[in-house]
Design a protein around this ligand. Structure first.
Ligand SMILES: *Cc1c(COP(=O)(O)O)cnc(C)c1O
Length: 406
């Protein structure tokens, strides 16, 4: 039990992942509970990026594509991410953004299931997933069916090419059973694809254990790759030979530097590439992924879950006026609370050094990445929230002005 601040400190002293916090350059005076939106700055990233810029680019110039291994970086960093998602090293590559990868992977799924004309997804899925699928539907004439979570399995039929889901819901933190839903998709003859933006680096993901076909996710959330970091894509090895994605840029060609006029797809995940990779962003992402060196994701998941449980327990005991907006179990590394003035409450918290975020209409969201969040941070953050609510500090008119990014 954690009944006092000293109890929270004692849990931190016992934390098997406590050492990992030193891998980050954290600002003073801030309790950061928004690593699910933008991960923290790893201590080594500034030097790593500076080396890429000044030595590899500044001195090596164009030679660095070969000599500094730039050309292999998407596959190399992808292989490091593969360990975190239960994939083989050659099943993951870093490329583009999550949004663009959703498009490429969903289009590839249509090509792998010719004749099938429907993609099933969850109503309330993250907007970019819905928008990209809508765009693909406009282009191809297929139908996107977005249904409630409880109706997903029943929505699959012999016209379904792909079940496309986000594993951890961005607003509620609810986790889908990846193995069960993948099996349901397969039973209908469809493929199963997963957006892992709120999963990779947060939970013990096992794509191959679940027999998943496709996946993608963000580099800048739990992977700590920096703002706008490139994303990654996964395709199960059994689909590599037949994989056909429509954004056939030259970097996905089997031999881009032959400058052939006709496209021929690269081997395996290489064909997921489109244009020239952003090497500076990849260097920062590599440094972010390296913060997981030696980390057992099962241990990390258990810690994030315990931090979230403590947060919810303390909120229940000290914060009347907010209600949990997340499941008690089967929850990602985040917790959501409902409050009718969520945005003003969050601005009051941020003004007091507790950083989370909000999602419309009324959700306060708090993330608990295991590598740098402490139990005492949870204790202190709930104390600030309780005070803001008890004194109605959020009613200050300063907090009524909407920020550009919430
Ligand atoms: C954050 C997030 C994205 C972001 O996509 P970008 O293309 O990187 O902007 C996509 N999907 C989900 C589920 C997310 O949470």
């Amino acid at each position: 039990m954690t009944q006092t601040r000293a109890d929270a400190l004692a849990r931190d002293a016992d934390d098997p992942l406590g050492f990992a916090r030193a891998r980050f350059a954290l600002p003073e005076g801030v309790i950061y509970l928004d690593g699910n939106s933008l991960g923290c700055l790893p201590r080594r990233t500034a030097a790593r990026v500076a080396d890429t810029v000044t030595r590899e680019w500044g001195e090596g110039l164009v030679r660095s594509w070969s000599e500094a291994g730039w050309i292999e970086a998407p596959a190399k960093v992808g292989a490091r991410i593969a360990r975190l998602v239960g994939a083989h090293a050659d099943e993951v590559i870093v490329a583009d953004s999550t949004s663009i990868n959703v498009f490429k992977l969903a289009a590839a799924a249509l090509a792998l299931r010719p004749g099938r004309r429907t993609i099933v997804t969850e109503a309330g899925n993250f907007p970019t997933d819905l928008y990209m699928l809508e765009g693909l539907a406009r282009l191809t004439g297929i139908e996107v069916r977005a249904v409630a979570a409880a109706d997903l399995a029943a929505a699959l039929d012999d016209d379904t090419a792909l079940l496309w889901l986000t594993h951890v819901h961005y607003r509620t933190g609810a986790v889908h059973d990846m193995a069960e839903l993948t099996a349901a998709a397969h039973a209908a003859g469809a493929l199963a694809g997963w957006d892992l933006s709120h999963s990779t680096g947060a939970l013990a993901v096992d794509l191959n254990g679940a027999d998943a076909d496709l996946a993608t996710g963000c580099g800048y959330k739990y992977l700590n790759g920096g703002p706008g970091a490139p994303a990654y894509a996964f395709v199960a090895a059994r689909h590599h030979d037949a994989l056909d994605q429509p954004l056939t840029g030259w970097m996905g060609h089997v031999s881009p530097f032959d400058f052939a006029e006709a496209y021929a797809p690269g081997k395996g995940m290489a064909r997921l590439l489109c244009g020239t990779p952003g090497i500076i962003g990849l260097a920062a992402l590599a440094s972010g992924v390296a913060t997981f060196d030696g980390i057992d994701m099962g241990v990390a998941q258990a810690k994030s879950c315990a931090l979230g449980d403590l947060f919810l327990d303390l909120v229940a005991a000290t914060c009347p006026g907010v209600a949990p907006a997340c499941p008690a179990t089967m929850r990602g590394a985040q917790v959501s609370l409902a409050h009718p003035h969520a945005e003003a409450v969050m601005q009051a918290l941020i003004a007091r050094g507790v950083i989370g975020d909000v999602r419309p209409p009324d959700v306060l969201r708090f993330g608990f990445p295991a590598l740098y969040t402490r139990f005492v941070d949870v204790w202190d953050a709930v104390a600030v929230l309780a005070d803001v609510l008890a004194r109605e500090a959020w009613r200050d008119p300063r907090y009524a002005v909407r920020r550009a990014v919430i």
